[in-house]
Every structure is written in C-alpha cells, then in structure tokens.
Design a binder for this molecule. Structure first.
Ligand SMILES: [Zn+2]
Length: 453
C-alpha cells in the first residue's frame, strides 16, 4: 500500500523552518551580545588578601605595578624578594569600573614582600631572621670570635654556645628581617626578660635594686606607679633584666708568669735603737710559669684550673734587723708643761671614744717644748696625728706631741728638758691649732695630768 501523502508534513516543514529562523536570529543576537559584553562588559575585580579593593578594566598596569614595586624593594634591600600578599584578579561582567589610580594606590600601599630567609633558633625559639644563610652563619662566627682573645701565650681549645643554636630556613616578611648588627645585639643582650619580685618585710627599692643588681632608676622606670618611699609588703614589682639569648663559652689554655712574693724574717741588732730597724737582706720576689685552663662565658672568667706551675726564679727572703739598744734614762723626774695655753679637752672618754691625751689650745707657731730630757724616737708625719714628735725619757716613759705645723728635731737626737722641739699647728686629724700631748708608760697611754701636781 502506498502511503497517502500527509498534508501535515508541509505544515511541519514550514513550522520547523520558522523555528530555525528564530534560532538563527537568537544565535545572531547572542553572538552580538557576547561580542558587546566581551568588548565592554568584562572587568577585573581586584582582591588583596581576600578583600576586594576595586574593579578595573586594565589588569596589565596592576601587574606591572606589582613587578615595579618588587624591583624597588629588591633594589633597596639588596636581595631577592617575592610577593607576600595574596593578589587575585576575578573576571566579572561589569559595565562600570572604579578609579584606576585609586585602586593602584590601595594595592601599592597594601603590598607586602617576603623572602626565604634564615632564622636563628635558640633552644627551639626563633630569636632573629636574617636575609641569607651566609649572613646568619657569619653572624654566629662573629659572635664566637668576639670572645676569643689572640695571644702567643694562649691556645683556644674550644668555642661553643651554651645554648642549642640552630639555623633554619624560614619564610618571612621583609619587615621582619634584621641586619647583622641588630641580630648581634639581640643575641648578646636578649630581649627584656620580665620577672617579678614580691616585696618582703624590711625591703626598700634600694635593697631590691641591689639584690638584682639593677639601677634604682631602672627599677623605678619598670614600676612607674609605685612610691619608692612606701613599698607595701606583698606588692609586686616588675624587674626588667638584661638576659643574653646565647652565651659563648671559650675554653683556653694559657701560660703566664706570676710573681712569688717574698717572705720577711726578723733578727736583732744591738747597735740599733729600739725604734730603729734596718733591712739586712733585701727581699726579692720570685717568678713562676703557670699553665692554666680557663673557662670564660661571654668574656667573663668562670673557672681557672691550674694545670702546672714551674718556678723560674725562687724568691729571696727579706731579713730585717730590729734594734735592741734602749734609750738611756735622761729623765729629770719631773715634767715641764709643754706649751703656753689651756686645756681645751682633757684625757679620757670623749664622744664615745677614748681621748688618749690632753689638748692644749695655742696659736699656730707657738713653741712646743720637750717635757723632759730624752731621745727622739719619732719625728715625722703620722696619719691622724699629723706632724708629731715622740721622746723616750728612759725607764719606760715617753711623751708625744701631735698636730705640729713644724718639726725642729730629728729621730735619734738627744733633747734637753725645755728645748723647743716643734711649733703648734693643726695638721692631721685636727680642728684648730692646738697641741695634742700624750704620756706613755711602758707603751700604754696614761693621763698626762698625773705628772703635773
Ligand atoms: Zn687631742
């Protein structure tokens, strides 16, 4: 059977034809739209570290800006850097955009750069980061050599860090990189280590400062709110202490010369007065060569072990002869008042101390006379006594005349009772011109007034 011609076929064909035309028209308009959008509707949404900073048409100039800034930082720092900030360009459909210069400026200001640096790790803590491994290695060497002394008489046996010091590759921002000098300073002086002190009974800012070897001013600076005069017991003070991160231990063997002091022995000489002595054999220091192992930490000696000593020159013992010849008794039995004046301070306790003589007030230059005949055992400067004369009268009695302005007799000379031996003055430990007069009996000070009745 021959199928009948379907009248709907023509209809369908026409419909399809019309649909095809529609699709074509739609496609054409789509192409047109895409073309228009492609030409004018796309823009770049710029994100800096995940945050949108604007929309621009020209991506290339921003990329160029990033490159230029990178080169600028590299030229300034002297090493290669990379972009540490996250910059993202998202393509979006947009017919408008932001002010290109403003976006550029925001991007430029927000850009951060970083690099693969070398961190110095001390006991597991990163204390500084340097730009290159060479620089970090150089720094550690410099730190060690800082405490090495070079001398022909010493041999360095070991140089090491007391702490565990390591170098580690790290990625960090350009701002966190320090130069060698700054890193050296940090390693040597540390960061400020904060400690606390609880005030105990009887403590003051000064005793606490002393305890921690701090200056009172730095303690005050660390605790601006305290009143130094009133430190309540139990209150807490912060102490900022300088603590190095690393300690360089240097062990060295050193050979050096050390002198051996001489000893002194005494002998007697009957031709010398008892107040005289004479060096019979001059002492001479000896010498020895010492070899020691010295351990020092950051330049401060911690331990010294003597390994050997070799005496290269023995010391010579000094021999001193002491006189045994006693002064002849020249005393007349009575004393003469030694100067013209009145007693301004008697013998005895004075201001809680013993006043071992009598003070006779007299103008400077007044004659001082020997209280009795005798031999001068001392004439010269004697500390707090100033210029003084001492006379031995024999039989265990002596007199002493202090604070003179001028001495007129010499040691071992014989003086007559009443002879002018010195002039009143105020030398030594004295306030105002006066004569300090003492009487000694068998080496002990006695009240001079006992001799004047
Ligand atoms: Zn006196």
């Amino acid at each position: 059977m021959v199928p009948e011609a379907n009248p709907r076929v023509g209809q369908l064909t026409t419909q399809w034809q019309r649909g095809k035309d529609k699709i074509a028209a739609a496609l054409i308009s789509l192409v047109l739209i895409v073309g228009v959008v492609a030409q004018a509707g796309f823009a770049w949404q710029v994100h800096l570290n995940g945050e949108e900073i604007g929309v621009v048409k020209d991506k290339a100039s921003l990329v160029a800006l990033i490159e230029a800034r990178t080169h600028e930082v590299e030229a300034d720092k002297g090493y290669e850097v990379g972009l540490a900030s996250q910059v993202e360009f998202r393509k979006i459909v947009s017919f408008s955009s932001d002010d290109a210069e403003a976006v550029k400026e925001t991007l430029s200001e927000g850009l951060e750069f970083g690099l693969k640096a070398t961190a110095i790790i001390v006991n597991g803590t990163e204390v500084a980061a340097l730009a290159t491994l060479e620089e970090a290695e150089g720094l550690l060497e410099q730190l060690k050599s800082r405490f090495i002394k070079t001398s022909s008489n010493l041999e360095v046996e070991a140089v090491r860090f007391r702490e565990d010091v390591e170098l580690e590759e790290t990625y960090c921002r350009v701002e966190d990189i320090v130069d060698k000098d700054a890193a050296l300073n940090v390693l040597l002086h540390g960061s400020e280590k904060l400690l606390q002190h609880t005030v105990a009974r009887g403590e003051s800012l000064w005793t606490i400062a002393f305890k921690y070897q701090l200056g009172v001013s730095s303690l005050k600076a660390a605790n601006p709110n305290i009143k130094p005069e009133v430190l309540p017991i139990g209150s807490k003070l912060s102490l900022k202490l300088d603590e190095p991160f690393v300690r360089v231990e240097v062990v060295e063997k050193q050979t050096y010369n050390k002198s051996i002091p001489f000893a002194t022995t005494y002998t007697t000489d009957s031709s010398l007065w008892t107040w005289d002595s004479k060096v019979k054999v001059a002492g001479k220091a000896g010498a020895q060569q010492v070899t020691a192992r010295i351990v020092s930490v950051n330049g401060k000696e911690e331990k010294r072990d003597i390994l050997s000593t070799q005496i290269t020159a023995s010391p010579t013992t000094q021999v001193v002869a002491r006189g045994t010849k006693t002064a002849p008794s020249l005393s007349t039995g009575t004393f003469l008042w030694p100067t013209t004046g009145v007693i301004t301070s008697p013998y005895g306790m004075r201001w809680g101390a013993m006043h071992s003589g009598v003070d006779i007030g007299a103008p400077k230059g007044t004659a001082i006379k020997a209280a009795d005949s005798g031999m001068v055992t001392f004439s010269g400067w004697n500390g707090g006594y100033g210029y003084m004369v001492k006379i031995d009268h024999g039989n265990g009695t002596s007199t002493l005349y202090a604070h003179s302005s001028k001495l007129l007799v010499s040691q071992s000379s014989v003086v007559e009772k009443g002879q002018v031996i010195a002039l009143v003055g105020s030398t030594g430990n004295s306030y105002g011109a006066h004569l300090h007069f003492e009487v000694h009996l068998n080496g002990k000070q006695v009240n001079p007034l006992n001799y004047f009745r």
